[in-house]
Ligand binder design. Sequence first.
Ligand SMILES: [Cu+2]
Length: 322
Amino acid sequence: MIKLKRIFLAAMVAFAPVAANAAVSASATAPTETATPAVSDPAATAVTAPAFEHARPVAGVGQPVSGGVDFQPQVTANGEYAKWLNNAVLLPIITVISLFVLGLMLWIMVRYRAAANPEPSKTTHNTFIEIVWTLVPVLILAGVSVPSIDLLARQYAPPPADAVTIKVTGYQWYWGYEYPDHAIPEMVSRMSDRATAEANGEPFQLAVDNRMVVPVGQTVKLIVRGSDVIHSFAVPALWVKMDAVPGRLNEVTFRAEQEGVYYGQCSELCGVDHGYMPIAVEVVSAARFAQWVASKGGTMPGSAVVATPDTPAPVAAAAAAR
Ligand SMILES: [Cu+2]
C-alpha cells in the first residue's frame, strides 16, 4: 500500500512540469481571460499600500527662472514679510545712499579739482556736518533693526503643539526624511536622472525620487542634522535655510499657505556631489497628506484612537473585567 502511494507521488512530481506548461500555454493563448481576474482581485490590492499621485510643479513657482533677479514667489507669511523688508525697505535705502554718495563724490571731483583750486582749502573741522554724518547712519540702522529683529523673532518662534515634525538628515550626497509622529521611518531622497525628471514634467537636477510631503496651512518643524559633514537644508520659496551639522540638532519651522511643489538645494559646500543633492517639498491638502502618510505605511497621530472607537482600550477592558 505504501509502495503504491510512493509510485503515485513520484508520478505526480514527474508530470507536474507538464501540467504547469499546459497552464502557461493556455494563458498565452487567452491573455485577457487570465489578466482580468488578477487586476480586480480585491485581496491583491488590499495587501499593497494605496498609491499616491504626486503633483506636477508649476513653471516659475518654487524653482528658479532663467535671468531671474528677485526672490522666488514666497508661499509663507515669513517669506512674504522678508521679501517686503528687502524690496520695500532695504533696497530703497541702499539705492538712495549709493546715489547720494556717488553724487557727492562727482561734485567734489569737479568742484574741488586741482586745476580750479590752485590754492588748496585748509578746512579741517565742521561740527554741524560731523554730527549729521554720525546721527543719520545711527538713525537709519536703528530704523532698519525694528523690522529686522521682528523677522528674526518670527522665524524662530516656537512651533505650535500640532506641528508636523520631520527629521531631516544630510548625507554625502542625498537627504533622509523621517516622520517620527507619523511612524514613517527614514526615507532616502535622491536626485532623479534626466529622463525620469523630464517624463514627470520636473526640472532636471531639482527633481528627486522621494519628495518631502507636508500639509498646507500647518506648521512644519524640521529637526536638521548632518551625518557626515556640514550640509544646509534650503528651500527658497518656503524661506527655509538651516545648517545640517553632525552631532547637533538644529530646528527650523515653516508654514506653507499654498499647495504646490517647491524645490531647493543643499547650500553648504559638502563635497564632490554637493550640487547633486536637491530638495523637493510637496505641499498638499490635509486629506491628501493623510493619503500620502497611508501610502508610506504610516499613521496619522491619534488616528489609532479614532479608527477603533467601538473597541474598548485594553486598560478600560481590564478595569471592566475586575
Ligand atoms: Cu552640500
